[in-house]
Design a protein. Sequence first.
Length: 458
Amino acid sequence: MIDSCQRNNRPRSTARRRTALALAAVGLLAAAGAVVLPVAASAGTTLGASAAERGRYFGAAVAANKLSDSAYTTILNREFNSVTPENEMKIDATEPQQGQFTFTNADRIVSHARSRGMSVRGHTLAWHSQQPGWMQNMSGSALRQAMLNHVTQVATHFRGQVVAWDVVNEAFADGGSGARRDSNLQRTGNDWIEAAFRAARAADPGAKLCYNDYNTDDWTHAKTQAVYNLVRDFKQRGVPIDCVGLQSHFNSGSPYPGNYRTTLSSFAALGVDVQITELDIQNAPADTYRNVVNDCLAVARCTGITVWGIRDSDSWRAEQNPLLFTSSGAKKPAYDAVLAALNGGTTPPTTPPTTPPTTGPTTPPPGGGSCTATLRDGTRWGDRFNSEVTVTGASNWTVVVAVTPPQKVSATWNGTPSWDSSGNVMTMRSNGSGNVFGFTTMANGNWTRPQVRSCTAS
Ligand code: G3I
């Protein structure tokens, strides 16, 4: 349905014809019982915007002490819509003395990100490495209890602010054994991983809980299979787990494997999201970056990519120049390849929606001032969908959109969002990116269309 006010006011533009074609295509596909919907019409100009139009995030690992570097924050704020604190949420950073928690640096990153509409991945609650001295010296039930208390306290502090947690990091051994890594945590008993996940779920029921590891990219490797078996076992027994993080640090000794897409899709088939959590590639070959992005786009439950740093000089492996920006902040060929892949990526296969998608613009309620906001449906996946809002009548605008709980907005583009305390009402302000903004909604089982509540010119 198109309301008369909208029909009268909208010019016969190319965009309108494109919209009409897209809507017609939706109708044809729906009539044919197809489940693949058209991709969003526009091409983003930044990594975050382009990924969001694909229903995904594009993030970076961020260091708190670089937030005062304007060259750094200029790229961060322009390009990325997700952030992972590189070190500031680790055990040694957040609980340097037992029972004394320090969140200052992590809070700075979270605040920087959320005030700009970026989501936050939490990294990491339980790990054999980066333990503070007091924890390194513990064992047995005292260590188990301390670990669970740490998980509980940290996840509670960030409840509602972190969309996904790397609950447990790097718990499997390298090599061909497929065994757990020996560590003080492992020696508290084989069930330490599931105990950590249960504690994290209890502390923040809204966060996605991930297992995160490296050298788990090649489907044939014993370590990959071991993590796969852990996730399958957790799903079968009802241990809370929502996602698997593949760190994906690629280099000559641990190259990008040709079966990477198989690995992503195999994990996804277990009923978990897959996230590429720490991507960097030695010498940043454009082809390999492109392959990684296309592999993620080909798997509906590959929900986002994080690069482990912004400029080469920010990398933990700076000598390998493995990132998307030079040390002086210039875009590298790998950047162009990633952006092009995000913009040209194929529509991912979807699982059939439980209800048919709705199409056509909504009618905004009256009283929104002298601008009009029209929402139309974008791409839809098995667990989430995009919406685009076109504003007419103002170049500086504020649009209020509401989603229906338990829906959650997971990504936005072309605007500066803020949320009310419920997290269900989003206020989007123009940020100079034009008059069309978009967002991704995690359905969480509810496919109700988001509602435009008001449009105010400013
Ligand atoms: O900030 C201090 C500085 O004050 C001090 O002078 C200096 C002396 O060593 O250390 C500095 O801290 C270092 C910190 O990075 C910040 O640069 C630590 O020593 C160093 O151990 C730490 O390394 C981090 C590493 O994890 C260990 O936690 C890297 O930045 C970080 O990129 C890396 O990230 C890991 C992921 O968490 C898990 N996956 C692998 C990935 C790469 O190793």
